[in-house]
Design a protein around this ligand. Structure first.
Ligand SMILES: Nc1ncnc2c1ncn2[C@@H]1O[C@H](COP(=O)(O)OP(=O)(O)OP(=O)(O)O)[C@@H](O)[C@H]1O
Length: 533
């Protein structure tokens, strides 16, 4: 668990030390009221009414000081939480960008950044402060207690502290409850994402009940495991409380006997009773908080070791003859070790325009995604010419997706992704793809909404192609750019693809003989075999 302290608090360790130090002063809270109440009782018992006023004033001043410590501590803790949230959440978002773990879905990252990290803030970060407060309060009050009466003080503390062993015995049980909740939470979030993204489609197909039932089933499981997690924690805490109450009553009996024997004043017994509670309760709380801190370990593990399964493949650059871009040797493409396309041997030449055309589901998209290692190859080699080496290998490829993704930002941002590209080039690229109607300032600065982006499917594809023209990556992979376009636009875009100043692998279903003639090579897939037509 301690290894995560470094990961969470990173560069804010000094602030962490100050926040913990502030809990030390707050720890005096344990002895202030017992001390003054004991003194007050004894003064009243002997009829020293004058000094009771003095005691009350000192008591009041001490309570004011505690309020100041409390406010300072709250300020420091909140500041630390703000900084940690900023650091950790943006680091997770960044790691989602850099991750090559294709098994990880967006909803898993969403769950880590939102609900899982919030649980860490609530159950781990805040509890660390509470645990230190408990330890300081317990220790300071214990030392004070020993100065009053060692024997009675020890009886109160020892009998009270017995229940603290229980959480040690229940910690594995508590951890399991948390793990179960985590699992169902991820499943529910994934289902919720499906529901929200697909709700309009489902309404259209009258399938909303099916979707609702599916969602409710996952929600039910999630709520059930949350309930169980809390119940386990509650039962563990209840066992502790029962043992604590029994011990307290027994100690009080021994204390009363000491008063009867004249070894203790009534005020001192009240002080020991109250202060004893302020030794035992914080120490018991510290142990059960430690239990809670432990129970967060699976969540911490998920947050900070979430990219363990990164596949080991890296793009391989090697010296090839100058006219060649990529050589593929014995490549097997597929998922979970089941090949979709087997033993691919292929040489892709510089600036070559390759058409890939085959039946739906034959593995065309999987093949081009494997080329850029978006999907790990089952086996085989993909060697890229050293001349194309980039600092970040992924920057080598441009891609036009089958389902383009639109950011909730301006059309200009969706074309340039924030890079400073000359506006006349941007306008020109729009005209080239037949989107002259968007080639003006008003349209460029229009904010597109990713759920209701006001663009047709064909327009979205053309925006992706306009972006590819602007960035001119050495190798362009296109996944059905022409589908959904009318004949004139399809022909125009095909011409643009053919004139692209780089190598292109273009998956298309609908193309005319005229278009077909323009490619250097046509590849097809049949019976899990990729071959040149
Ligand atoms: N992440 C995945 N895990 C397991 N199987 C997958 C995954 N992605 C795709 N598949 C399966 O691989 C097969 C090939 O899919 P792929 O998208 O590569 O085909 P395609 O030839 O491009 O099809 P289309 O022309 O319809 O786009 C499909 O049966 C699909 O269900």
């Amino acid at each position: 668990m301690s290894k995560y302290i470094d990961k969470i608090f990173g560069k804010h360790k000094l602030l962490l030390v100050f926040t913990i130090l502030s809990t030390f002063f707050l720890g005096f809270d344990g002895l202030v009221s017992p001390h003054f109440l004991g003194k007050f009782t004894d003064a009243m018992t002997v009829g020293a009414f004058q000094s009771t006023y003095k005691i009350l004033i000192y008591w009041l001043l001490a309570l004011f000081a505690l309020i100041v410590f409390q406010t300072t501590h709250k300020y420091l803790a909140q500041k630390l939480i703000q900084l940690v949230n900023l650091d950790v959440k943006s680091e997770i978002a960044l790691s989602s960008l850099l991750s090559t773990n294709i098994k990880k879905s967006s909803s898993e990252y969403l769950s880590i950044i939102t609900s899982e990290f919030n649980k860490i803030e609530e159950k781990f970060i805040r509890n660390i402060f509470v645990m230190f407060l408990c330890i300081f309060q317990g220790s300071i009050t214990f030392i004070y207690l020993m100065t009053i009466n060692v024997k009675v003080g020890l009886v109160f503390v020892i009998l009270g502290i017995l229940p603290a062993v229980v959480p040690r015995l229940t910690s594995n049980w508590v951890k399991k409850g948390t793990k179960d909740w985590q699992k169902t939470n991820t499943v529910y979030l994934s289902s919720l994402e499906d529901f929200l993204k697909g709700r309009k489609l489902m309404l259209r197909f009258k399938a909303e009940n099916f979707l609702m039932n599916k969602l409710n089933e996952k929600l039910g499981n999630n709520e059930k495991s949350y309930f169980n997690m809390e119940l386990i924690q509650t039962i563990a805490n209840a066992i502790v409380s029962i043992l604590y109450i029994g011990g307290l009553i027994a100690s009080l009996m021994i204390g009363i006997k000491e008063v009867v024997n004249g070894n203790l004043t009534t005020g001192q017994l009240i002080t020991i009773y109250m202060a004893g509670d302020r030794v035992v309760s914080p120490l018991i709380s510290a142990v059960s908080i430690y239990n809670v801190l432990q129970s967060t370990e699976p969540i911490l593990e998920k947050i900070f070791n979430h990219d363990e399964q990164i596949h080991p493949y890296k793009l391989e650059f090697s010296s090839l003859d100058n006219n060649t871009d990529i050589v593929v040797q014995g490549l097997n493409v597929g998922y979970n070790n089941a090949p979709l396309v087997e033993n691919i041997n292929l040489q892709i030449f510089k600036d070559e325009k390759i058409l890939i055309s085959a039946a739906s589901g034959s593995g065309k998209s999987s093949f081009i995604r494997t080329l850029m290692l978006d999907i790990p190859p089952i086996s085989g080699n993909i060697i890229i010419n050293e001349r194309l080496k980039q600092s970040n290998p992924q920057e080598l490829f441009g891609i036009v997706e089958q389902t383009p993704y639109i950011f909730n930002d301006t059309l200009l941002f969706n074309l340039t992704f924030g890079h400073s590209i000359n506006k006349s080039l941007v306008l020109n690229s729009l005209k080239q793809v037949g989107l002259a109607k968007f080639a003006n300032d008003e349209q460029l600065y229009r904010v597109l909404n990713k759920d209701n982006n006001q663009l047709s499917g064909g327009e979205l594809k053309r925006i992706e192609i306009a972006r590819a023209i602007l960035f001119q990556k050495p190798i362009l992979l296109i996944d059905e750019a022409l589908s959904g376009l009318d004949k004139d636009n399809a022909n125009r875009l095909n011409q643009l693809i053919i004139n692209y100043p780089g190598t292109v692998l273009d998956i298309e279903h609908h193309y005319s003989d005229e278009m077909k003639e323009r490619y250097d090579q046509i590849l097809s897939i049949e019976n899990k075999t990729l071959f040149s037509k």
